[in-house]
Design a protein around this ligand. Structure first.
Ligand SMILES: Cc1cc2nc3c(=O)[nH]c(=O)nc-3n(C[C@H](O)[C@H](O)[C@H](O)COP(=O)(O)OP(=O)(O)OC[C@H]3O[C@@H](n4cnc5c(N)ncnc54)[C@H](O)[C@@H]3O)c2cc1C
Length: 390
């Protein structure tokens, strides 16, 4: 029996496994997912935990539940090394051998760019980060402070979505600023989303510090630099949403890498020089059909998982491989508690309808039919608070 081992159960890894079991095998392989966490995190919905629009079981279902009715094995452990000669993965507590390997360990938020970021800023990537932020907000809300001052570093989609959810949670008590070194927010977004997001920020009186560098973060203050002038500002919470870099273990695995530390893959999503290893998601440098580098998004990882599963199946079943073809489906952003914007496939929508469309698209994208059904049932039984004002 062939052994397919998948490192990382995120958007790339989990969906590859779920796709692999749907394919028509001559002999069913043994499929194993290894993840250090016990839950899959549907990160586009992580913001909803801050406003309590959703609960953690909806956004981050345990692997044990997701995979209970499948033939996929799940091992909760940390990958510490891989021997590519003996085809053996080392985990903290054991070793696992493979015939085909999928490396989908994702990315981390770089915290070494500014003094104090690691110690005093909260990244927003994991369930644990969301819990820490919620706890900090709760403590401040229960304090006698008149205002709660939040600085969000990074004006990309994550910084903007997070800012607006926090603004809606804190209401008039929130004094929130976004700091970005660029001359605009959402610089890679469609114009419609950018405009709608700017209006949402303006409506909530969010302060924008553009062309501004963050110099240092301390316990209750940050220093920022604008036009060579440094200002020190008091803050209660600093959020750190400044992009993604591959997980550290990739440096240890001597797979072919780009100067940016991303794994080099071919159009079949196989690692260069290692046809038995596939990789995808935030870890790889991947191009679309026009030679454009694809961003680190769930949309990309999700589409790659389909091709990755197919090509693993094809190499085992001796069928033709399929080169990855990316279909841009547009961009959706949550803009606070009952608002969103979306742009793509010739459609631009904002407000309640966009909010509903975003929820429905993500419902459809949640892993496994059982989980989709459980979440849908909760939304149906709790429609008003879940679907804004519709
Ligand atoms: C807050 C937030 C919001 C986002 N919103 C959107 C959005 O709206 N739309 C969109 O398209 N994209 C969005 N993204 C980006 C998207 O989540 C990522 O691009 C996507 O998750 C990448 O998939 P991946 O499989 O490469 O990595 P991940 O989904 O991060 O999965 C990697 C997995 O590997 C595991 N892992 C890591 N190291 C080890 C180890 N050593 N041993 C064992 N397991 C390990 C992790 O626990 C994790 O489960 C968002 C990201 C964040 C953080």
């Amino acid at each position: 029996m062939k052994k397919i081992v998948i490192l990382g159960g995120g958007f790339g890894g989990l969906y590859t496994a779920l796709r692999l079991i749907q394919l028509n095998w001559t002999q069913q392989p043994q499929i194993t997912i290894i993840d250090k966490n016990d839950r899959f995190v549907f990160s586009p919905l992580l913001y909803e935990l801050i406003t309590e629009e959703m609960q953690s079981w909806e956004v981050a279902p345990p692997y044990a539940d997701l995979l209970a009715n499948t033939s996929i094995q799940y091992i909760q452990d940390t990958v510490t090394d891989v021997n590519f000669n003996t085809q053996e993965v080392t985990l903290t507590n054991s070793k696992v051998t493979y015939d085909r390997l999928v490396v989908a360990l994702g990315g981390i938020t770089p915290d070494d760019m500014v003094k104090g970021a690691k110690e005093y800023a909260i990244p927003f990537r994991s369930l644990e980060n969301a819990y820490i932020l919620k706890e900090k907000l709760r403590t401040l809300e229960n304090s006698d402070k008149e205002f709660i001052r939040v600085a969000v570093i990074g004006g990309g989609y994550s910084g903007i979505e997070l800012t607006l959810k926090i603004a809606d949670r804190l209401g008039k008590r929130g004094k929130i600023r976004i700091i970005d070194r660029g001359d605009d927010i959402l610089s890679n977004s469609p114009e419609f989303n950018q405009k709608t997001a700017k209006k949402a920020l303006l409506d909530r009186k969010i302060w924008l510090d553009l062309e501004t560098d963050i110099v240092e973060i301390e316990e209750n203050q940050i220093s920022i630099e604008y036009k060579h002038k440094i200002d020190t500002i008091p803050v209660d919470i600093v959020l750190w949403t400044v992009g993604t870099k591959p997980v550290k273990i990739i440096n240890k695995l001597s797979l072919p890498q780009t100067p940016q530390g991303k794994i080099k893959i071919n159009s079949y999503l196989q690692v260069e020089d290692y046809p038995e290893i596939s990789s995808m998601g935030d870890l790889v440098e991947c191009y679309d059909q026009h030679g454009k580098i694809l961003p680190n998004t769930a949309q990309v990882a999700f589409q790659q998982s389909d091709y990755c599963a197919w090509n693993i199946w094809a190499t085992i079943e001796e069928k033709p491989l399929l080169p990855f073809q990316y279909q841009p489906l547009g961009e959706m952003l949550a803009l606070g508690k009952d608002n969103a914007t979306l742009s793509g496939l010739g459609i631009s929508l904002n407000g309640d309808l966009a909010y509903l469309a975003r929820r429905l698209v993500y419902l459809y994208r949640l892993p496994t039919f059982e989980h989709q059904l459980a979440v849908a049932l909760k939304w149906i039984t709790n429609p008003l608070s879940q679907l804004g004002n519709i």
